[in-house]
Design a protein around this ligand. Structure first.
Ligand code: 13P
Length: 252
């Protein structure tokens, strides 16, 4: 049985003061217990990882893990502005998002780079959350499955059996930050396609890998999405900034 995993991706948001309030509110909300068999993760911007790691310990938030939004494809060296996976591990991260569509779009990251980042994350004992997803044009021209399967295939080629220790996040680009959530059935169909594709490679990988949905997940659509057999949780952007909304999604 795959656990339900809810990951909050704060993107480039937060401040020392608002982060403190967020952790305090979430700690209070989680005090009375959380549904069993679930994992919760928060991914603040790099400069706040240390602060959030300390806060999570201070509030004894055993339910909440720390994640990062990206990692370098390189181990160490002259890569100004980049952050190595080993550094994220040292800061207490256990999950790292790689290949987010905003990285692919604004930083021209291609599948080979995404796979190299995933390998760095795995080599440092953390879980890569590999993002895939089609644009509105690609969906409207009937190419959604082809595009997503090609992104997944490139990861399979490089990561092979190590995919068993990864998560995949299906994030249709047209649903990110737009309020246009994929219907639960549209999301389920793509998740099922991805799982069948993984099964062609290795049944064990297909049955173990969690496939999360991301794109305008909110408290009022989370229940329906998470009820789908191949949706193993959510990668939540905007709604994760509000601690009450994040809690409501975690409890959905
Ligand atoms: P929103 O939830 O704001 O649509 O963002 C989704 C996302 O990109 C999470 O990584």
């Amino acid at each position: 049985m795959r656990p339900l995993i809810i990951i909050g991706n704060w993107k480039m948001n937060g401040s020392l003061a608002t982060n403190q309030d967020w952790v305090k509110t979430v700690a209070r909300g989680m005090e009375s217990g959380m549904p069993a068999g679930r994992q919760f993760v928060v991914c603040p911007p790099f400069p706040y990882l240390a602060q959030c790691s300390v806060l999570i310990k201070e509030y004894s938030l055993a339910f909440l893990s720390l994640g990062a939004q990206d990692a370098s494809a390189h181990e160490s060296g002259a890569y100004t502005g980049e952050v190595a996976a080993s550094m994220l591990k040292e800061m207490g991260c256990t999950y790292v998002i790689v290949g987010h569509s905003e990285r692919r779009q604004f930083h021209h990251e291609v599948d080979e780079v995404v796979a190299a980042k995933a390998l760095q994350v795995l080599d440092n004992g953390m879980t890569p959350v590999i993002c895939v997803g089609e644009t509105a044009d690609e969906r409207n021209s009937g190419r959604a499955e082809e595009v997503v399967c090609s992104q997944v295939a490139k990861q399979v080629n490089v990561l092979q059996d190590r995919l068993v220790d990864c998560l995949i996040a299906y994030e249709p680009v047209w649903a990110i930050g737009t309020g246009k959530v994929a219907s639960a059935q549209v999301a389920q169909d793509m998740h099922c396609t991805i799982r069948l594709q993984l099964a062609e490679f290795n049944d064990d990988v297909a049955s173990h890998v969690g496939i999360l949905y991301g794109g305008s997940v909110k408290p009022d659509n989370a229940v329906e999405l998470f009820a789908m057999p191949d949706i193993d949780g959510g990668l939540v952007g905007g709604a994760s900034l509000n601690p009450q909304d994040f809690l409501a999604i975690c409890q959905a």
